[in-house]
Design a binder for this molecule. Structure first.
Ligand SMILES: Cc1cc2nc3c(=O)[nH]c(=O)nc-3n(C[C@H](O)[C@H](O)[C@H](O)COP(=O)(O)O)c2cc1C
Length: 461
């Protein structure tokens, strides 16, 4: 069978996500609509019509405040602020759909694992197994201060915390309740068999959790685990835990490098690396004709906000305003180590196709970067997607959009039918939970995944 593209819509429960300044576009509905449940229900129905596998909700816990050491540029342009809790949208969106899944970002750095485990179990029950957790370690200094820390925890230690966080979560999801705990024995007067519900008694470096888990086992037990982050430590973490991994990179070769590296590391953990799914970003501007798509691009570019783009780059931990005073012909390089997101930092250095000057870097923020966007008519867009799909070794994409929901509507109407006709995109959904749809290994974590070792014998059967 031909491999089919896995498709996610890259979203955020926010006025603006990654399309800096595009709230000024007359067709933008999101910056007002995101507070309205109907907006999200309509979006869920649209994505299911387009056979998207999932909507992927990004999330942050603070304001981007590295650029110019200020929150002002971010707030002024609504850069991922205001931002509401994504998990609270899911019940309504699930009620309006049958197959669409929901990948929700939650950080392991600030909120302890016990409540998070219950949140995901609840959603997994209510969606009948359609949830995934995008595990992030957070990169915003303001988020640290919002949760009572003076400074961000160091980059690599954030991943150490995340490792233990996952360990606790597996114990709660996989080991705490046996499958047959729920008895409903009217004669004996036992609803739940206490012998089948176990405390976890976790005592670690960062967390102490007695248990048992408060939720009974949900359709997937552990939600499908997603991760993004391409630092050394991030790749080590992904290789151990993640089932779906987002890899960013400017060229198919760079993406392929990250994929091969993570696969090699996963094999060392005894995992079948061929089962891990890799996704990358996809930016599309499609029109009925090439000319219409080009016009759209020009129009979008005219609304672009360089300040918001520079503020978002602060996720790397580097303040790009420090470079604005330098000689533009100097080679671009970082002078100090970052505790921010290495993935973002690498986009301008080791992941860039060539060594950049300060001027070239600054110019990149000035307009909507055409080199990262597929612009064209439906056939041209499908050609470019097919090329990326086949050349980079990815299993699918996280589709970004500039004007919402218009760009997603155009994609569903114009591009999806072409991909379907080419046999590289599904025409109907598979049955089952998200894990069953994505993999052929059943609804629970596969036996070679480190989380499955916490499963009781009675559950393994
Ligand atoms: C597709 C994609 C989506 C991401 N979504 C989020 C997010 O919603 N919230 C967040 O805090 N970080 C997000 N990140 C950042 C990473 O998860 C990660 O925390 C960051 O890149 C730092 O990791 P690294 O230093 O290992 O690269 C995302 C990254 C990518 C590539």
């Amino acid at each position: 069978m031909t491999k089919e593209i896995i498709l996610h819509a890259f979203e955020m429960n926010s006025a603006m996500h990654n399309s800096h300044g595009l709230w000024k576009h007359p067709d933008s509905k999101r910056h007002r609509g995101y507070k309205d449940l109907q907006y999200w229900v309509d979006l869920a129905r649209l994505l299911e019509k387009g056979k998207f596998d999932a909507v992927f909700f990004a999330d942050v816990l603070g304001i981007y405040d590295v650029y110019r050491n200020s929150k002002t540029p971010s707030i002024r342009d609504g850069l991922q602020v205001p931002v509401n809790d994504p998990a609270l949208l899911v019940s309504a969106m699930a009620q309006a759909t049958d197959h669409l899944a929901f990948a929700i970002t939650v950080s392991t750095t600030y909120e302890p694992p016990f409540g998070n485990a219950r949140r995901f179990s609840t959603l997994d029950h209510l969606t009948n197994g359609r949830v995934a957790w995008n595990i992030v370690t957070s990169y915003l200094p303001n988020a640290a201060r919002n949760f009572g820390l003076e400074k961000m925890i160091k980059h690599d230690e954030r991943y150490d915390i995340a490792d233990e966080y996952l360990d606790v979560s597996y114990q709660l999801w996989e080991g705490s309740w046996e499958n047959d705990a729920f008895l409903e024995d009217r004669k004996e007067g036992t609803l739940i068999n206490p012998e089948k519900v176990h405390e976890i008694k976790h005592h670690g470096n960062y967390f102490n959790v007695e248990g048992p888990h408060l939720s009974e086992p949900s359709p997937q037990r552990t939600p499908v685990l997603y991760q993004a982050g391409t630092s050394e430590r991030g790749r080590a973490f992904a290789a151990k835990h993640a089932e779906c991994i987002f890899v960013g990179g400017p060229t198919p070769e760079r993406i392929r490098y990250y994929i091969e590296d993570i696969k090699e590391r996963a094999e060392k953990h005894g995992r079948d690396a061929s089962k891990i799914k890799f996704l990358c970003f996809l930016n599309v501007i499609v029109g009925e004709t090439t000319e219409e798509a080009e016009r759209k691009y020009e129009e979008y570019a005219s609304h672009w906000s360089p300040d918001a783009a520079k503020a978002q780059y602060g996720a790397s931990g580097y303040d790009i305003s420090e470079y604005e005073v330098l000689d533009r012909s100097l080679p671009f390089e970082y002078t100090k180590k970052t505790e921010g997101g290495h993935y973002k930092a690498a986009t301008l250095t080791k992941d860039a196709p060539k060594k950049l000057t300060v001027g070239e870097v600054l110019d990149r923020f000035e307009t909507l970067d055409r080199s990262t966007i597929i612009v064209g008519n439906p056939e041209e867009v499908a050609d470019a997607i097919q090329f990326q799909f086949e050349e980079s070794g990815v299993d699918g994409f996280n589709l970004n959009h500039f004007v919402t929901p218009g760009d997603l509507e155009a994609f569903v109407e114009l591009v999806v039918p072409v991909l379907q006709k080419r046999g590289i995109y599904k025409k109907s959904y598979r049955e089952g939970t998200l894990r069953e749809k994505l993999f052929s290994t059943g609804t629970f974590l596969p036996a070679d995944h480190p989380g499955s070792k916490y499963r009781k014998e009675s559950v393994k059967k």
